[in-house]
Design a protein around this ligand. Structure first.
Ligand SMILES: [Zn+2]
Length: 464
């Protein structure tokens, strides 16, 4: 126990005995665990800790004895052999693409997109496809400890409906792209569709609707500017792929003598809440722009490695205090799963091996990116990303009774380098339990797996 908590425990012993004379404060639930990784400003890890929750908010975090003395819960969950941590924050993915999992592997981004993904999407993507694909994605994400996901796809209103049904938090961007796609035939149609979607889901407790122009290279300047204006009108984030490949940068430099970041900035696209995915090929001037505009970056190490896109300068971005989060990107060939534990592990190792410095990105930084810094990348750090009084109750327990979890010397190191998505045991989002003992409480797992098999047959036939 740290000195701070010894002191705190002492004070609370005194106040505890006073409060024993009075009624304990009622709360809805208390969760306790062997370690509570808070990710608060001082990065406290509390041994034998607990969290009191009322409605959708965290009321108190501290040593279990103290929380038990002060609060009377209606229900409780004690996990003496687990870590309790903030829910993981995924800052970039395409959930519905789970139905294309493994459809085309081991390719470069442009080849993969143009020859496999765009044709497969043209033949298969419908609202029903998006509904079942998102259900499958949300099931995997929740079981793996992700409590917030950032999505870009078509029929994003359907994605939002599924996220609410699953009980997962989402920053969900409707895609705007410069050629006819499943939900809209023109960018003008897509902008109109997006506006309807933004007004439908604004002020939702779980959904942050967003505008998602796919990338600089798939949209006209006019569409990009209109996307920004629309996002700002609704105070919504704009999410976009940025400088993912060397080709994207080389093409921009050849055609316009500016990097993609510089072009977007010149167009005014970065003036407002923005989440840029990848940012692999950014230079010092680009990073200065990202920093000054407060752009959040979604680092996607699995995807960047699998598509051989390159290595994002994450160490430099962190030194500049840019809000860099983590994302698994797409399951269809650029990853192929939604495992945020793997992203933490790979984010750390990728920077170590490319800088030849084992301290380049330590476990503490990787966990930050998956929690509080990821929340900052989404502009949501006041609401989620850490376990602190007043914040939304988004939390997970991760079991410590498996061979890969013992012995434990350092809880943060264990989270990043040893524990896996499959070790997640319980998940709460917005005060509501959604996973208990490794089972979804909100989604019909057998039916979702059956639908995935049905779609596999359908998609295979369509590509013959
Ligand atoms: Zn992506």
């Amino acid at each position: 126990m740290s000195r701070f908590y010894k002191l705190l425990a002492l004070c609370l012993c005194v106040s505890g005995s006073i409060s024993a004379l009075h009624a304990q404060t009622p709360v809805d639930t208390i969760w306790s665990a062997r370690y509570v990784i808070t990710q608060d400003a001082a990065r406290h890890v509390i041994q034998n800790g607990a969290i009191a929750i009322r409605a959708d908010r965290i009321v108190a975090v501290g040593p279990k004895s103290e929380i038990d003395a002060r609060y009377k819960p209606a229900t409780r969950l004690d996990r003496p052999d687990a870590i309790l941590a903030p829910g993981l924050v995924n800052t970039h993915t395409h959930a519905a693409m789970s139905l294309f999992r493994g459809i085309a592997d081991d390719l470069k981004l442009q080849d993969w997109l143009e020859h496999y993904i765009f044709p497969a999407e043209a033949k298969n993507v419908t609202p029903d496809f998006v509904r079942w694909g998102t259900r499958l994605g949300c099931l995997e994400m929740l079981l793996g400890g992700t409590t917030t996901f950032t999505d870009m796809y078509y029929f994003e209103d359907v994605v939002a409906e599924v996220a609410k049904e699953a009980g997962i938090r989402g920053v969900l961007g409707e895609t705007i792209i410069g050629f006819p796609v499943a939900d809209n035939k023109t960018p003008a149609d897509a902008l109109a569709y997006t506006e309807k979607y933004l007004s439908r889901f604004r002020n939702d407790p779980l959904i942050v609707p967003a505008v998602a122009p796919h990338a600089l290279y798939t949209n006209s300047d006019e569409t990009l500017k209109a996307s920004r204006a629309l996002a700002n009108k609704y105070n919504a984030p704009l999410v976009i792929h940025l400088s993912e490949t060397k080709k994207e940068n080389d093409d921009a430099l050849a055609a316009r003598h500016m990097t993609p970041t510089k072009i977007l900035d010149t167009l005014g696209v970065l003036t407002g809440r923005t989440v840029a995915a990848h940012a692999v090929w950014v230079d010092e001037a680009d990073m200065a722009i990202l920093k000054s505009r407060g752009v959040g970056v979604a680092h996607c190490p699995s995807s960047n490695m699998k598509l051989a896109s390159g290595v994002a300068p994450v160490v430099r971005m962190l030194a500049l205090d840019i809000a860099v989060g983590l994302g698994p990107d797409g399951p269809a060939g650029s990853n192929n799963d939604f495992d945020m534990f793997e992203e933490m592990d790979l984010a750390a190792k990728l920077q170590k091996v490319t800088t030849m410095n084992p301290q380049a990105l330590p476990a503490t930084a990787a966990l930050e990116m998956a929690t509080i810094r990821g929340a900052r990348a989404l502009g949501m750090e006041k609401e989620i990303g850490s376990l602190e009084p007043g914040k939304r109750a988004d939390l997970i327990t991760v079991r410590l009774d498996r061979p890969n979890a013992v012995p434990l010397y350092d809880a943060v190191s264990q989270m990043v380098y040893a524990l896996k998505a499959g070790d997640v045991r319980d998940v709460m989002v917005n005060g509501k339990p959604v996973v208990r003992d490794g089972r979804s409480l909100t989604l019909n797992e057998p039916l979702i797996l059956q639908k995935a098999a049905e779609y596999r047959a359908k998609v295979s036939l369509s590509l013959r």
